[in-house]
Design a protein around this ligand. Structure first.
Ligand SMILES: Cc1cc2nc3c(=O)[nH]c(=O)nc-3n(C[C@H](O)[C@H](O)[C@H](O)COP(=O)(O)O)c2cc1C
Ligand code: SF4
Ligand code: SF4
Length: 444
């Protein structure tokens, strides 16, 4: 007995239990990939050699750099928006579609699919006439593509030639070209939409009406990223001139998320979405997915940091799914869509106020300045010895500004107030006379 006890102490404990890993298999309109992380059509998908390295790094799919009549590119062609010490929070380009021969691209698609039969290769296309669409679609399918993406989004250069966003901005043209592609294609067709529109709904609906199996969004946002104020030439400079480009990268995520959610909550829209725009990590990806995306595509983050960013994306997604006990992607795709509603349906009687954790506060006063100049003048200096400011809860409107500026995570929390009023939205107030709580923070 004694011996057994000693042995038990000496034997190192090895845990053989492993959690059952979630299934990351993704299906976007019939395009299946081992995980939902795809490279977006852009320089990281220029060639077979690159895409094969990306698949080795862990990417589940890749949308090939747009193929069409090869073009001549300019130099320079990229611009970065640096903001308070962080480089390229936004990114801009005036690059066009592929500048490589079509034959080389199709041969490399074939080779890539041969080496990676389970990974998704989606071929992005942009041509002009019906005959050209028919021809290029056949060649893309013959090369072994798993799906097609119709580039209706490029907002520079190609739109001046009647393609790209010039198509994406005209629902009738989008629908017609989508219907040609669907007619000629034996594989799933995604239409890639432009964000350079007021309302994404008619454009998503046009793709659906044309028979698309899904949409991808967003392409880049028409923009000028900056100007050299000494040479008086906007960025990126091509000699002594420049042109408007397409904006992307982390800074565009909010715009892309909104467009994804707008379509996902449209009851008439019922085809899958491949979410794109500012995705830099697993959490960004999950945000797109809970707002309705079946897969996600990444460009700028890979251009800035390389293919290996996908390793953290896969780990983070696995951990998130384990934590929430999600076994497959469908368990959470679209889960946040019902919570995205019109302003008129929000509860006007829901009330929160800011609370400061005195133990966490470092007395920097940022919250006081922000509330005083940018909100409702209800954070005051402490009347005693303490450096911890004081919130006047009777005046606090619960706007969140102080929490946003506070440099200490968790120091300011927004806490609900039981004000005794039943929930009531503006629409309920108008239609049913629901009673609204008295206004706060308007200083009489
Ligand atoms: C340099 C560059 C070239 C691009 N080329 C294409 C292209 O050929 N076809 C296309 O559909 N989108 C193209 N895009 C747009 C991306 O695929 C993607 O929609 C956009 O960059 C938003 O994603 P991100 O924020 O992850 O970069 C390009 C983007 C960049 C930065
Ligand atoms: S939530 Fe808004 S109003 Fe309230 S204290 Fe903070 S900044 Fe001021
Ligand atoms: S911003 Fe945060 S840390 Fe700074 S004084 Fe206000 S509560 Fe304290």
């Amino acid at each position: 007995m004694q011996l057994r006890k000693e042995n038990a102490l000496l034997t190192p404990f090895t845990c053989t239990w492993e959690p059952e890993m979630p299934d990351l298999t993704s299906n976007t309109g019939g395009i299946i990939s081992p995980n939902p992380f795809w490279l977006a059509s852009a320089p990281p998908t220029n060639s077979g050699e690159q895409i094969q390295r990306a698949f080795d790094a862990g990417w589940g799919g890749a949308v090939w750099k747009t193929l069409g009549q090869p073009i001549q590119n300019v130099s320079s062609r990229f611009g970065g928006l640096n903001w308070r010490g962080t480089r390229a929070v936004g990114f801009n380009n005036i690059e066009l579609i592929t500048d490589r021969p079509l034959e080389a691209n199709f041969r490399e698609i074939y080779e890539t699919k041969k080496k990676f039969p389970k990974h998704a290769v989606i071929t992005s296309l942009m041509v002009e006439t019906r005959a050209e669409w028919k021809d290029i679609i056949k060649r893309a399918i013959d090369a072994g593509s798993d799906g097609l993406e119709l580039n209706f989004g490029c907002p520079h250069g190609m739109c001046e030639r009647g393609m790209g966003s010039a198509v994406g901005q005209e629902p009738a043209v989008n629908q017609e070209i989508t219907s040609w592609a669907v007619e000629y294609s034996t594989i799933p067709v995604l239409s890639k939409l432009t964000p350079n529109v007021g309302d994404i709904n008619p454009h998503g609906m046009a793709s659906q009406a044309g028979g698309a199996h899904g949409v991808s969004l967003i392409n880049t946002i028409k923009s000028i990223i900056g100007v050299d104020i000494n040479t008086f030439v906007p960025v990126p400079a091509v000699g002594n001139k420049s042109s408007n480009g397409g904006y992307c990268g982390a800074a565009v995520k909010p715009i892309a998320l909104h467009m994804c959610a707008q379509l996902a909550r449209n009851p008439q829209f019922n085809i899958p979405i491949s979410g794109i725009g500012g995705i830099s990590n697993w959490k960004d990806a999950v945000e797109f997915m809970v707002l309705g995306a079946s897969s996600v595509q990444v460009c700028t983050e890979v251009m800035l940091r390389g293919y290996r960013v996908v390793e953290d994306m896969i780990d983070g997604l696995n951990n998130y799914m384990l934590e929430h006990k999600f076994e497959k992607l469908d368990d959470f795709i679209g889960k946040a869509v019902p919570a995205y509603d019109d302003w008129g349906n929000l509860d006007l009687n829901y009330e929160i106020v800011a609370k400061i954790d005195a133990d966490a506060c470092i007395g920097c006063n940022l919250c006081q300045v922000a509330c005083h100049d940018g909100a409702h003048q209800c954070i005051h200096p402490n009347p005693g010895e303490s450096f911890v400011p004081v919130v006047d809860e009777d005046e606090c409107v619960g706007c969140n500004l102080c929490q946003i500026v506070c440099p200490v995570d968790g120091c300011i929390t927004m806490e609900p107030v039981d004000n005794g009023f039943a929930p009531a939205s503006w629409n309920e107030h108008l239609t049913e006379g629901a009673v609204l709580r008295p206004k706060k923070g308007s200083h009489g």
